[in-house]
Design a protein around this ligand. Structure first.
Ligand code: ADP
Ligand code: MG
Length: 394
């Protein structure tokens, strides 16, 4: 998804006030009635309706009049709320090019005031399942807390909490900088996803390191669950950084062993294929028995690991990620994400790739960075939690 932050610069206080009102309304409405937006925003002289038009024009909200006159945030609207909050906090001041597009996220470079480049990950849970939306709409109405907004926020909070805790335990992960809504800010990894690497000086060493990480995680009570060549970054010195944590589970999860074995298998398979590590386990290659000792010794098994538990509960709760949050997000992961509505499902948004300007990646960073010197930096007119009480009165 192209993130045109220009619009962000021209949005007024009132625009953000109304956008925030729509967000608040979405706590208990899939589509927020226009009157409710108006009541929460509290602008004089019907100002809300004019502002809503402007937000609609900028694709920050979606209009739905099928049941009543109502609005909901689009991903872009949610992006802008998170970005504005983080910019106001001084976390960064410019947004640059897109550096990654995952199945359920978009990753951009951002720059701080002093020119440091960081990575911004915008979580987009539910994006992959628009086809299933219509059939599930009724179900969703009764499961409001499982909407995309809530889940994307949860995924970001989880990622941030895990990144922080893992970093504090010496794991090679990006430095967790900050988090707001569905957005995580972290240090930029200076390297490439392993999947893009065709050659390594020391493939054996990298293999051992990567496998060692799976084992060390389990010793800390955790399983990555998506440990593969897309989520392992490697730099020119062949140093490894692991990324992408929203799907991690505890070793006490009922499918822990299966997830653990799957992570291990992914790594074996990839290194076997890409780097011909024939000395390592290869199930098809076992006939003479000569290599099998080495192979079976080198493959870690779930049962052989001394696991410590409690990591999840204690350390992650400290970052605001609770056991209940974990349960909620696991329900989504276990369900394959099928039943989640995406915010742009009714909009004519083509695939992300099509929207991306192909030249954008080649523009030097400094030129491409969109400085976000917002018109008003103070939050004095931002709505507070009390305003949300209004939603209950309707
Ligand atoms: P997803 O959950 O959608 O798979 P990831 O966290 O794996 O998202 O990120 C997708 C891609 O974005 C990665 O494969 C990587 O190329 C890039 N990326 C993610 N985080 C960083 C980072 N901190 N520094 C540099 N590139 C990153
Ligand atoms: Mg990934």
């Amino acid at each position: 998804m192209k993130l045109d932050v220009d619009a962000l610069r021209y949005l007024s206080k009132d625009d953000f006030r109304v956008l925030t009102a729509v967000e608040m309304g979405m706590r208990n409405h899939e589509i927020v009635p226009a009157e409710l937006v108006d009541r929460i925003a509290g602008l004089k002289h019907g100002g809300t309706y004019k502002v809503l038009k402007n937000l609609l024009k900028n694709k920050l909200v979606h209009h739905d009049s099928s049941k009543y006159d109502g609005f909901r945030l689009t991903y872009l609207g949610y992006d802008f709320l998170a970005i504005k909050t983080l910019v106001n906090r001084g976390v960064f001041s410019a947004v640059g090019r897109q550096i990654g597009v995952g199945k359920e996220s978009d990753i951009f470079e951002v720059a701080t005031e002093d020119g440091t480049i960081l990575a911004m990950k915008l979580h987009r849970l539910g994006r992959v399942s628009f086809r299933a939306v219509k059939a599930k709409r009724d179900y969703l109405l009764h499961r409001n807390s499982y909407n995309w907004l809530y889940l994307s926020r949860l995924a970001a909070l989880k990622e941030y909490a895990f990144m922080k805790a893992l970093g504090e335990h010496g794991f090679p992960v990006p430095t967790a900088v900050d988090c707001n809504r569905h957005c995580v800010i972290m240090s930029l990894v200076n390297g490439y996803p392993l999947v893009q690497v065709k050659q390594l000086q020391n493939p054996d060493e990298v293999f051992e390191t990567v496998l060692g990480l799976i084992v060390r995680l389990a010793e800390h009570g955790l399983i990555h669950c998506d440990f593969n060549e897309f989520n392992i970054m490697i730099d020119d010195n062949e140093e490894v950084t692991m990324i992408d944590f929203p799907q991690m589970v505890s070793v006490s999860h009922r499918n822990a062993e299966m997830y653990f074995d799957r992570d291990v298998e992914c790594i074996f398979k990839f290194f076997r294929k890409r780097f011909n590590l024939s000395g390592h386990e290869d199930e098809d290659d076992n006939d003479d028995g000569s290599e099998s000792d080495l192979e079976s010794n080198s493959r870690p098994t779930f049962s052989s690991i001394t696991k410590s538990s409690g990591f999840l509960d204690k350390e992650l709760a400290a970052s605001g990620f609770t056991r209940r949050d974990q349960d909620d997000i696991e329900k989504y992961i276990d369900g394959g994400g099928e039943e989640i509505d995406g915010p742009d499902s009714n909009d004519e948004v083509p695939s992300d790739q099509e929207e991306q300007d192909p030249d954008e990646n080649h523009i030097p960073l400094a030129v491409n960075m969109n400085a976000l010197h917002l018109a008003d930096q103070d939050d004095s007119n931002e709505l507070n939690e009390d305003d949300a009480l209004l939603t209950k009165r309707l």
